[in-house]
Design a protein around this ligand. Sequence first.
Ligand SMILES: *Cc1c(COP(=O)(O)O)cnc(C)c1O
Length: 431
Amino acid sequence: MSDDAPQYSFETLQIHAGSQPDPATGARQTPIYQNTGYVFRDADHAAALFNLQEVGFIYSRLTNPTVAVLQERVATLEGGVGAVACSSGHSAQILALLPLMSPGDNVVVSTRLYGGTVTQFSQTIKRFGWEAKFVDFDDKGSVSRACTKKTKAIFCESIANPGGYVTDLPAIAKIAERKGVPLIVDNTTATPYLCRPFEHGANIVVHSTTKYMSGNGTAMGGMVVDSGTFDWSASEKFPSLSQPEPAYHGLKFHETFGALAYTFHGIAIGLRDIGPCQSPQNAFQTLLGLETLSLRMERHCENAKKIATWLEDDDRIESVSYAGLKSSPSYRKGRKLCPKGTSGLFTFKVKGGYEACQKLVDNVNIFSHVANLGDTRSLIIHSASTTHRQLTEEQQEAAGAGPDVVRVSIGLENADDLIADLDQALTAALA
Ligand SMILES: *Cc1c(COP(=O)(O)O)cnc(C)c1O
């Protein structure tokens, strides 16, 4: 679409943003540029590209035409100025922190996070000399007190995986602003169709596009999206963005690229030197998925609400944790921050405990026993015997993954068929 296009709505942008008929062939669908290197016009052109004086394609670890369309589309859907695609959600989290952090720095993070993120933040980032301080984000005073001079970001999920906890983004954004650090929000579970963190004060959004964005369970991918609103030069906290960069002859990213400084840094330093680029094939799959994002999220939400309501009324179920139910402590925050629905992911407790949960996952027919989410297919997992197996029972409880808890990612099948499947599996599990 041209730059002077009117303000199109989400449903239009999810199909068109960032793409145009292929200039070489007229192909209407974005082609898969399965290609690594790009021919320079001449030696001056090559030098200008390497000096970041001109934008263009050099090598697919940095930029690729198919991946570039995906970056622009997701940036547009989130309402940001730019985005960096990468190989997975986990690489997106590392790339998001890299421009901000030096050894000895810390990031203040919510205790309610995807299990893999807890491991990445509590163990692996220590090897970079970075620290994550885990805090209960319902306790605003604790979030504020956890921030020190060495804090370079605050990190949380909009809708937290797995229990459907909704983070009070406007309140957390206010704390980040007072502390002079960016708020980074993992928007994987909500997607920009259900929640737009930039409208609630977030500065950076990260995604695992592996989940709802691609939507078919076929392509790994991650994304770092920049709102362009954070002033990197307002303090001395972010020298990588505000001070001369030795790797580019003393170029200052913020002074040179303005609102796009963080995005350019993510490509020119993050992807160049860490290297987790997204494959053009995966970018293509994800672009296909995005074309139907709004339709799928509507159905995921509708099905999840119907099934969660049925489970909550069933005698065999202890409780259901889903932000779309009035019984959830997150219900009101969900109405405010995700007015179209609170996604398709929730947990429930089965009265028979650990053993009944294992029998339940063994007896479902439509649901698949899978450690993924955001697929068209309905998925089920007993976290305590799988993804959260290495944790103590106390840690499992704290993570919302106690021995009697089952997590479901509700797909796009017929809701009544899914209810019938859970009904017969519960009967078998408790027989
Ligand atoms: C899956 C997931 C991740 C990690 O993404 P990968 O693509 O698997 O690396 C991060 N955050 C959330 C909320 C997730 O669901």
